[in-house]
Design a protein around this ligand. Structure first.
Ligand code: FEO
Length: 172
């Protein structure tokens, strides 16, 4: 059985993951309208992953005798200005999510809930990968700068940038 404090904290994380899914969906739509199909595909895929992160938490909370609450979400931005700015936001957003997961792990230890601590290790590992991927993509975008040809190639290849290649670019 989850403690009330941990149930609330997990519910907050459910909201964060759902909002992340909306943020990336909005980025996908903006990129699609700008004509960058590859970037849009990357973002649509990322949005689906965030929904999966959210669902996994919903099921866990309910399985442990809590109640996963599906709430109103903060609306994401709808304009991102430039691709560079958009990918900067993505990277910063993932750092924010990692911090939130770390806080959650800390609460598990305080509440002595080792089952939830164990469950959250998947998220801890996932955040390392998500941050590495976001940093790799941002580094590439920064290298391209305003070069239209570079952006064309980036758009063509962005969906091939995987967590594995990101890990090779950013050895821990
Ligand atoms: Fe579910 Fe991208 O953090």
């Amino acid at each position: 059985m989850l403690s009330k404090r941990l149930e609330e904290a997990l519910n907050k994380q459910i909201q964060i993951e759902a909002e992340s899914s909306q943020v990336y969906l909005s980025m996908a739509s903006w990129a699609e309208v700008q004509g960058l199909e590859g970037v849009a595909g990357f973002m649509y895929g990322h949005s689906d992953e965030e929904r999966m992160h959210m669902l996994k938490l919903v099921k866990y909370v309910n399985e442990r005798g809590g109640h996963a609450k599906i709430t109103t979400l903060k609306a994401p931005k709808i304009e991102f200005g430039s691709f560079q700015k958009m990918f900067e936001e993505l990277y910063e957003h993932e750092i924010f999510v990692s911090k939130s997961i770390n806080d959650l792990v800390h609460i598990c230890l305080e509440e002595k809930d080792y089952a939830t601590h164990n469950f959250l290790q998947w998220y801890v590992a996932e955040q390392i990968e998500e941050e590495a991927l976001a940093r790799t993509v941002l580094d590439k975008i920064n290298l391209i700068g305003d070069d239209k040809g570079g952006l064309y190639l980036f758009d063509r290849d962005v969906q091939q940038i995987t967590v594995e290649s990101a890990a090779m670019d950013n050895p821990q």
